[in-house]
Design a protein around this ligand. Structure first.
Ligand code: TXA
Ligand code: MG
Length: 349
């Protein structure tokens, strides 16, 4: 298959709409990451997404709309708290799960009776949804298991030859996928942290449970509430080791290892000059938004550099930091190395 490259300046939105209406696949930019879109209401088109990505059929897709009014036909009912949340956070990086209506095919919902819906803010994503005239199912535009793409180049690299077209819309601003919250139970549940923070959700919803899979690996046999959580994810080819310690401890640890071929430090900007090995910096220590924007780009860079091993500096978990923490921990298979900390030498007696 020859993959067309589409640009807004060359009628790209209209062409994308045409391909999507005909049942084809188009990768599009969103404010979070690039997505691989198909008509969410067409089971055959949706099957194409799973095939192109090599995605397990039980991992449901997010359905993208441009107006709250397009939501009602997709769900069995719209509770007040859902509308309140949408009013506060849409358009933007938030996905809301509710029981689905019969209009949504089981191919899209991964066999579940619920459907995840998001209203993106990216002008190109919105223009394509409107040009297609149908809601679009769109998982991240990576081959399953690989880091999500946040640039046109990384999207094209993963999917060229596998999809009908890729729309070039520049770099994604948020950089990690949307926050996923389920409103199917009594208490709202955060299934995936993202650009909309836990604090923002709490301020609208009041109560919120954080799914254990957000910060730790599921134990074998434990049910995954969000099927995507059970798969190792976001992993570049290099082995990622997440190091938990103060910046000083991190620097000391990394430098104690000496320079080893193919090993990189994946660290904060302030740390990069202090480590005695090649370093990829993914943002200032206290700037979680920048870390989110640059993390997947850095993971892709590791592959381009042929890295075999990366020692990642653990981010703080507050605000958008929780999403950065979650993606890094999952890239490392939740293997987090806790440094022993400084020796406390006390005077006794
Ligand atoms: O920012 C984003 O959300 C991007 C852009 C393209 O919009 N999309 C994205 O889709 O990240 P994807 O498929 O890579 O991740 C969707 C996640 C998966 O973990 C999936 O299991 C979960 O949402 N999910 C989708 N529908 C669900 C449902 N009905 N119940 C529980 N989890 C669901
Ligand atoms: Mg994904």
């Amino acid at each position: 298959m020859i993959t067309e490259i589409l640009r807004d300046s060359q009628g790209g939105f209209a062409r994308a709409g045409e391909i999507l209406r005909a049942g084809g696949l188009v990768a599009i930019p969103t404010e979070t990451v690039y997505g691989l879109a198909a008509n969410a209401l067409d089971p055959e088109a949706v099957k194409g997404i799973f095939k192109a990505k090599g995605r397990p059929g039980d991992n449901p897709l997010i359905v993208h709309i441009t107006e709250v009014s397009q939501w009602a036909p997709l769900v069995s009912s719209l509770p007040g708290r859902a509308l309140k949340l949408a009013e506060r956070c849409w358009p933007g990086p938030l996905t809301i799960i509710l029981p689905k209506s019969p209009l949504v095919p089981y191919e899209t919902s991964g066999g579940l009776d619920t459907v995840a819906v998001r209203c993106p803010s990216h002008p190109a994503a919105r223009a394509v949804i409107n040009a297609a005239g149908v809601p679009l199912a769109a998982p991240s535009a990576n081959i399953s298991g690989r880091p999500s793409p946040t640039t046109f180049a990384h999207t094209y690299e993963d999917l060229s030859g596998l999809v009908d077209a890729v729309l070039d819309g520049g770099d994604c601003q948020v950089g990690v996928e949307s926050t996923v919250v389920s409103l199917c139970g009594d208490v709202p549940r955060l299934l995936r942290p993202g650009g909309v923070t836990e604090g923002q959700l709490r301020s609208v919803l009041g109560e919120l449970e954080v799914d254990p899979a957000v910060i730790g690996e599921l134990k074998p046999g434990e049910p995954a509430r969000s099927p995507g959580m059970k798969y190792k994810h976001y992993a570049p080819r290099a082995r990622i080791e997440v190091i938990d310690g103060s910046p000083e401890e991190y620097i000391e640890y990394v430098n104690s290892l000496g320079e080893t071929q193919g090993t990189y430090a994946l660290c904060f900007d302030e740390t990069a000059a202090e480590v005695k090995m090649p370093a990829l910096a993914y943002g200032p220590r206290y700037d979680r938004e920048t870390q989110a924007r640059r993390l997947f780009y850095a993971l892709h860079r590791l592959d381009e550099l042929g890295a075999k091993r990366a020692l990642a500096q653990l981010p703080g978990r507050t605000g958008v930091g929780l999403a950065v923490y979650n993606r890094l921990a999952r890239a490392a298979g939740f293997c987090i190395e806790k440094l022993p900390g400084p020796m406390i030498v006390g005077l006794v007696g």
